[in-house]
Structures are given as structure tokens and as C-alpha cells.
Design a protein around this ligand. Sequence first.
Ligand code: FAD
Ligand code: UDP
Length: 394
Amino acid sequence: MYNGVVRWYRHGVRDDRLPVARGKVFMKRYDYLIVGAGLFGAVCARELADAGKRCLVVEKRRHIGGNVYTENVGGIQVHVYGGHVFHTDAQPVWQYVNRFAAFNHYINMPLANYRGELYNLPFNMNTFYRMWGVRTPAEAKARIAEQVAEAGVTEPRNLEEQAIGMVGREIYGKLIKGYTEKQWGRTCKELPPFIIKRLPVRFRYDNNYFDDRWQGVPTDGYTAMIERMLDGVDVRTETDYFERRAELDALAEGLVFTGPIDRYYDYRYGELEWRSLRFETEELEIEDYQGVAAVNYTDAETPFTRIFEHKHFAFGTQPNTVITREYPQSWHRGREAYYPINDEKNQARYEKYAELAAREANAVFGGRQGHYRYYDMDKAVSAALETVARMKQK
Ligand code: FAD
Ligand code: UDP
């Protein structure tokens, strides 16, 4: 019998051959089929396995971890799908992830590069001082209030108005407009305000990108963390649910689906829109490329949005370095769906899919793609824990 033993070759990539379901002997071998070995799927698998459920996780990529996947390159943990910093205000979530990884004390302090000028992020007194020479919170507030009044923004209806309302027209023009429009592929007037509300605006000298109480990066990488979550669970990588749907459905009583919900329902209400990304990673024979983990290129002309230098997420002292340029790109079927476009049109479409999902007796949906939500990692973890808690009540 297939016992879920997996073999490993390089960089945490599972080399598990697919056991073929042959005849009735394999029917309903599992209580749950979990589609997607990302954070949401891994937490569900852990919780269900701990509740005595037999789970099979299938993952279309060649590795576990979804977008938090990291690969060890000469001692540097490379965040293959862009830099990931775990941050949360929820103590239970922090305690939960610490069961599976030791976190370092990294604090995210990215820089913005606007046509060669460097600014601190998020928007704080260091940014305002560099932008305007203002030294006190009162001076900065007055400068922003002046610009907000000139722009006539009262009730922000879109990202542009929200951003100007938060930091004034000048910072919007240099640090937000170009970045946001290339990141999302549409104008700031077409985007919902909540996207920019993610960023703190502070009238203190404080470059910590997040307001959350807990923050860090797993010392041995996210892949090892996910691997521990999946300990003892059967996992098959390079297995696309849609290519073997009937066969996989036949293996389990219930389904946890963390892929795109519109695809699950054959796009019957139309496609949900996404933004995709392309990553270009380079190993350099120098010690330090940019002196910080992330630099955002906030002008409209530079084709990438940011450069990550991975060693700085872990205070690395290696003689070489690895950098990744993140290029936003349009999404179409067949490309990876990274960011949901949660505007009104797409949100309304998603609600229709969510209604179908709510009527399912044996299937639940979750994660960034299953919930069509701009989840950070901590929110993906808490949503997974809530999902399993609801499943247990049924
Ligand atoms: P995913 O990681 O997308 O996992 C879903 C999995 O399902 C994927 O592995 C996919 O291959 C698989 N799948 C889909 N369809 C199928 C199918 N048909 N068959 C089999 N498998 C399938 N969050 C933070 O908290 N801090 C950060 O600094 C941060 N940085 C980020 C940077 C970038 C560039 C991006 C894109 C995201 C970032 N996030 C960050 C968010 C974080 O990546 C998500 O919260 C997290 O990955 C969500 O996990 P998930 O399981 O929902 O989704
Ligand atoms: N943003 C910006 N300039 C920056 C960084 C962020 O305008 O230098 C805006 C942009 O619209 C982005 C949003 O703020 O989509 C949220 O930024 P965050 O860093 O949280 O994005 P993520 O890491 O999720 O891509």
C-alpha cells in the first residue's frame, strides 16, 4: 500500500511518484483531498491530520509551499516568489507558526527608489524629512493637509483619492502612482482604496513597514516550515487537480480546494481577474548588491516593481548574493494568479461563486485563490484554522 513516504532530491522539491488509483481497493482512501500545498492547504492538512483525518494533498507545482516557497542557494534562503516577511497582530497565529519554525528578528524596512532618489518606507517622518525637509510631526501634517486641501479630497472613492488623502499629492506622485499603476496594470482611479490602506502612515521616525506586534522570517526557510506542517501527510506534487479530477475525487470523501474558485466551477459566471508576476533571479559574485532586503522602484518607466536581496532577510554574511527582480504582468489562463483584482465588478462575480461554494456539502474553498482575497500569510493561516474549526462542527 502507498504509505505516503516521499523522497527528496534538491531544494525541498518532493520527488513522489504518483500512486495510481487502481480499482475499488483505493476508493475513498482519504477523508479529505486538499488541492494546493500552499500555506492555507498545509495548515488545513495539519489540523485535519491532528483530528485523525486521512488527508491527501495534491499540488500542481513541483514543490510544496505555494508562493512562500524558499530554496537554499549556497546558504541563502531565496524567496522564489518574492520576499515574504511574516507579520501578525494575532498572538494565536504567531504561536501557531512558531510550532513549525523558529523565526528570526528581521524587521522589514524597504526603501523606495524614485529616479535615483531614495526614500524610507512606509510613509513616516524619515520620508517627509527627505521629501520636504520638515522635521516635526506638526510640520509634516501641515504640509500634507495643504496638499489634501488643494486636491479637494474629502470622501475617497478610489486609490488615487485615498492615497492623496493619506500623504498628499507629491508623495502620491513620486512614491505611489507609478508603482501602483505598473503593479496593478490599471490607473489609480480604477483601483479600490483598500489596497493603499495596507500601508501605515506614521508621524514618527520609524521605518518598520508593519504595525504588527510580531514579525520575522523562518531561520531555515518557509519550505522547511511547510514541510513540518505536512509531516506524516501524503503529498503529491506535479499533480494538477483538473487533469485528474475524477480520479482524485474518487479517492476522498471531502475536498479542500485552494486553487482558483472560478476555475473549479468552469468559469460559469465568467473569469475572475488577477494580476500575474514574473520573477528574474540572479546570483552575483559580490557581497552586497543594495544593502537592504527590498527596494521598490516607484517610477512608471522601470519595468520591475522591486528588487529583493535575499540574504538581508536573514542577516546573511555569505561572500556572494542573490537578487530577484519582480515584474508585474497581465494575467490570462495558464499564468500564475498572484493578486486578486478586488474591484466591484470582480467582487460581485466572486460573490456568485461563493454562493455556489456555500451550497457544497463536501467541499470547502480557501486561500488567496479559493477566497479571491488579498491575504497576507497570517490571514491565510487564521482563515485556514477557522475553516477547519467549521468543518469539525459539521
Ligand atoms: P498559494 O501560496 O497560492 O497556494 C495555493 C497552491 O495551490 C499553489 O501552490 C498552487 O500551485 C496550488 N494549486 C492551484 N491550483 C491547483 C490545481 N489545479 N491543482 C493542484 N494544485 C493547485 N504575505 C505576507 O504575510 N508577507 C509578505 O511579505 C508577503 N509577500 C508576498 C509577496 C508576493 C510577491 C506575493 C504574491 C504574496 C506575498 N504574500 C505575503 C502573501 C502570501 O504569499 C500569501 O498569503 C500565501 O501564499 C497564501 O497561501 P495560499 O495557500 O492561500 O496560496
Ligand atoms: N505601494 C506603493 N508604493 C510602494 C509600495 C506600495 O504605491 O513603494 C502601494 C501599491 O499600490 C501596492 C500597495 O501599496 O500594491 C500595497 O503594498 P504592499 O507592499 O503591501 O504590497 P505587496 O507586498 O502585497 O505586493
